[in-house]
Design a protein around this ligand. Sequence first.
Ligand SMILES: N[C@@H](CCC(=O)N[C@@H](CS)C(=O)NCC(=O)O)C(=O)O
Length: 211
Amino acid sequence: MKLYSYFRSTAAYRVRIALNLKGIDYSLIPVNLLKGEQKSDWYRAVNPFALVPALMLDDGSVLSQSTAILEWLDETFVDLPLLPADPLQRSRVRAMVNMIACDIHPLNNLRVLQHLTGELGLSEEAKKQWYHHWIELGFDALEQQLVQGAYSVGERLSMADVYLVPQVFNALRFDVPMAAYPQIMSVYKRCNELDAFVQAHPDNQEDNPAV
Ligand SMILES: N[C@@H](CCC(=O)N[C@@H](CS)C(=O)NCC(=O)O)C(=O)O
């Protein structure tokens, strides 16, 4: 499999974690978002959405949208399931996944931030305020939702953790004060002790210029 990825992309980071958790070998094809490679003809031919990630399977099929990719991985590689068997727990995991994937992340995506400072003429400071506003609104709710336990939903690692960790990484990158979120930070630290999360971290990606 080939993963089209950018080291700082939170959506690609989710897929890297899931591939590692499932023990799947893959090669990485870097798509440099800051250079606009996601909008290039060669990448649009792979993924017309012009967003990373995309996962190319060995038969050439391309999967896009991180949630669809994660669900495919979970349905295809059934060891270490990322969704609990119990429907109530499963719904809780999906609610957290959706909160991050639909209600937090899209408001802070690169093209949204670029639109704010570009076409709409907002300052860097106003952009930062926008970013912090939507992250804090989302994290305030998530902090209350996290059931007390080792992971986001109870004592078992799930898809909710796979979404939470990249979003927290991103918040730290944008200097969001995380002291108000002790439960989120505790889960973040616990997950980051696992090899699958360490290997997926932006600091350990071959397309990170600092590596
Ligand atoms: N809903 C999509 C979102 C993907 C997405 O927004 N990817 C970002 C990086 S995290 C991207 O490619 N941004 C490029 C841009 O904004 O031009 C998914 O879950 O895969």
